[in-house]
Design a binder for this molecule. Structure first.
Ligand SMILES: [Cu+2]
Length: 142
């Protein structure tokens, strides 16, 4: 009778969720277009339920040629918009996009954003995963 030696290798794979599965979107909305306005804007809250920081790196929408991520900065007493490469949603925290702050800038609208219409917005995160959200158009002043 030989002695059987069994060696078991257990390989633990570090499996992490796709970033888009860790983000919750709340109250996302698009600003109703004012006649003659070439660009649109989107606002809302992104909540990160994971233990790592997540970055929104882009977005797309059918009605605009491009979507940029913008912030407002104060410069010599004037508020000005500035494009940023990514918006950080810190681990277990949320970030609010709002008028006068961070927002999605819908560049070169193909047609105006009309109140009560809905559009699909695709959010793109730092690991390349995406999240599609249906978003209503609302007037700026409610
Ligand atoms: Cu802007």
């Amino acid at each position: 009778m030989g002695k059987l030696l069994t060696v078991v290798f257990i390989v633990l794979l570090a499996v992490s969720n796709p970033v888009s599965a860790e983000i919750e979107v709340e109250d996302l909305w698009l600003r109703e277009s004012i006649p003659g306005q070439p660009n649109g804007a989107g606002f809302g809250v992104l909540r990160n339920s994971s233990d790592v920081d997540i970055f929104l790196v882009g977005a797309s929408i059918d009605i605009a040629h491009d979507v940029e991520i913008h912030q407002h900065v104060m410069e010599s007493g004037q508020m000005r918009m500035e494009q940023i490469e990514a918006l950080m949603v810190p681990a277990n925290e949320s970030v609010r996009m709002q008028p006068g702050g961070y927002h999605l800038m819908l560049m070169n609208l193909k047609s105006p954003l009309i109140k009560d219409e809905w559009h699909d917005v695709t959010l793109i995160f730092n690991d390349g995963t995406t999240l599609e959200v249906s978003v209503p158009v609302r007037p700026l002043v409610r």
